[in-house]
Write a protein that binds this ligand. Sequence first.
Ligand SMILES: O[C@H]1[C@H](O)[C@@H](O)[C@H](O)[C@@H](O)[C@H]1O
Length: 531
Amino acid sequence: MGNADEKTTFDEKPLRNSSEDAQRLEDAGRRMSTADELTALSGIEDTAASKAAWLITITISLGNFLFVLVTLGASLGHELSSSEQEMVTSLTSGGALVGAIFAGLIADKFGRRWPIWCACAVFVIRTVLQTAAHSVAQFAVGRFIVGLGVGSAAMIVPLYIGEIAPAKYRGRMIAFSNCSVTFGQFIASAIGAGLAQVKGEGWRGTVGIGAAPAIALAVMLLWCPESPRQLVAHGQTDRAEEVFLKIYPTSTHEQRQAKKTAIEMSIHEATSSMAGESLWSTFRRIFTTPATARAVAVACITMAISQLGGFNTLMYYSAKLFAIVGFSNATAVAITVSATNFIFSIVNLALVDKFGRRILMIIGLLGMTITLSIAAVSFQFIPIDLKTLEVQSDTVGWPGTLVLVCIILYVGFYSSGVATIAWIGTELIPMEVRALGTMLNTVTCWSTNIIIASTFLSMMKGLTPTGAFGFYTGIYFVGWLFIIFCYPDVKGMPLEAIREVFRHGFGVRYSKQWRKENKHTPKVVQQHFGH
Ligand SMILES: O[C@H]1[C@H](O)[C@@H](O)[C@H](O)[C@@H](O)[C@H]1O
């Protein structure tokens, strides 16, 4: 990582035949019609990525971890009633929605790091408020504020990492940031049970200490460079070059120049100046440029599928759900769910750049459809009182066990597929609208999340558990069809090249073709540059 003011000086390696190479590149630039071709020709994506890129990713991901972890926190020293619990959950999600909008609005003007600093500040304020809270109202305000931090971090972290990451590591780097979410959820569920045991005022200390990591993150962020794409978009090409050198340390000066030119070309294909454009024109651009609209729609619909299928009801209500099917130690079962979620998010990390986004989602959504439909049918055989949602039996029979097994398998399919890839969707959105598009993606996440969280229990009562789970199964089935027909796989593509994908409808075939043709990029580079 660099120093705090980003003015690091680098020892440039002497370049072989540099003037000759530069001339060739310039000629190439003239011959190249698209940013995609220029990036491929430069070969920068085939040079080794640095440890710095990973260090930056880890630091930024810490934001996700922290903010997820705190959604747990204390409970005013007494057990919250179910309506208080619902209110607190919705307030956090509502805050997250507002936080994501705020981050989306400032990310282009002030850069990708400011929303994270704001989230850290918000987090410290919340800590003070919540530590001093004596009423549910004060506590609720604290929760809303923490939601602002959660939403802001959730929106900016994948966007920022996606722009820093070398193309061939982009999927796993964004997946890493989602692992920090699932790890946070796992830790939260594990210590949640413990915290509930803390009597009296003991919880205030626990919440108070929570401010320290946010301050640490704010300081560490000073060492992370601004997104090079953002720097190019604002005409700060020298600083962008420094960042590229950090990310691709073995690249040549010409390769970095080509990367910058490719980003400029890509942006200029859409707008003459990003810096001079109003938020409103950028927003309109999303809906008035068909290729851009398709890109944003695919990202948002994928996110909606990941949420509307009801996964987070497991995060919020799994103890309740497992009590319904007859497990007395429901908290332990709930921890198993969050542990599975965490482990399979690592599986996604390991596979997403190797096999691509599409196949993981296609297998995952099919697996989720099958496992949830079996769970839905199994519920039929469990004697549940629909008024109280309580099981009328003392033992867990085979249907209860089957529901548990199906749910664990379902979580594995979810987490290794659509859950993480919905966040990787930021890569589909072209640069000039990426901040606002990613904001819409995050807004889709929280709004659908609120819908599901606030309707789950009434759906279980009104539609019966079989009906509710049947409904979620339907969502996943439709989602599965959507991914098959409309989701292009852009694994390994430089961000600048992705714009072209959506010029060909949803680009499913185009992206396949692109990968076939670009398997051997190094050869192309060798031919043109002789290295
Ligand atoms: O990995 C997932 C993912 O990040 C989802 O978007 C979120 O809703 C889940 O809670 C989480 O476990």
